[in-house]
Design a protein around this ligand. Structure first.
Ligand code: GRF
Length: 216
């Protein structure tokens, strides 16, 4: 946070927006000292846009262009412009189904976070809960990390473990992971908003100076 200005978050999502809701509710309840300034989606009918409007947060569909998994150059510029115009301090990806590249990463270097539904570096990529179930691990979870040029590869801010139960289906496991996400993501964002996060290469140290180190 800088001076008296509230810490401003821009959220990017393509889907239902349950993580967005957990962030905005945490802001509204003062558990996160920040406000969501803008929500952008590459999917016109994504529920996340509706959820944002319910919370009176500016929400816009911005076309992604001609590629399936990334923004084209023009789209990238429109996303950058919208987020700059909203003066965001942090960009939180919440189910945004496009890989962010070059110019976007440079524009907001070190200020983009993502939540991934596994204990990284295990199971990066799509449907990580299904990958975990099929692999047969007994514990999986979720990870909040800084975004770099790789896929789910940036420095880790926080993780939460979730058991895999014998009776689990992909759906029940995904639900349990999402419940953990809704607790972890706001907690990590709160640490960032409070300036309690120091990045030392790959290692991210979370905690107030002199109070030891812990994960968000
Ligand atoms: C979450 O499970 C997150 O891990 C992944 O995308 C999903 C988004 O869900 N990156 P929601 O739209 O926040 O409900």
């Amino acid at each position: 946070m800088t001076g008296d200005q509230p810490f401003r978050i821009g959220v990017l999502g393509s889907g239902k927006g349950s993580n967005f809701v957990s962030i905005v509710e945490a802001c509204e309840a003062d558990r996160v000292p920040a406000e969501v300034a803008l929500v952008l989606s590459d999917v016109a009918e994504a529920s996340i846009l509706e959820r944002a409007r319910e919370h009176n947060i500016p929400a816009r569909y911005l076309a992604a262009g001609s590629f399936r998994t990334k923004l084209d150059d023009e789209a990238e510029r429109s996303y950058i412009d919208a987020l700059r115009a909203a003066s965001v301090d942090l960009i939180a990806l919440a189910g945004f189904m496009r890989v962010l590249k070059g110019e976007f990463l440079r524009a907001f270097e070190g200020r983009i976070v993502n939540i991934h539904p596994s204990l990284l570096p295990s199971f990066p990529g799509l449907q990580a809960w299904k990958q975990a179930l099929e692999y047969g691990v007994k514990v999986t979870g979720c990870t909040v990390h800084l975004v770099d040029a790789g896929v789910d590869s940036g420095p880790i801010l926080g993780q939460s473990a979730v058991p895999v139960l014998n009776a689990d289906t992909a759906e029940t496991l995904h639900q349990r992971i999402q419940a953990a996400e809704h607790e972890l993501y706001p907690r990590c964002i709160a640490a960032l908003a409070r300036g309690e996060v120091t990045v030392q290469g790959r290692r991210v140290v979370v905690g107030k100076a002199g109070q030891g180190q812990h994960q968000a």
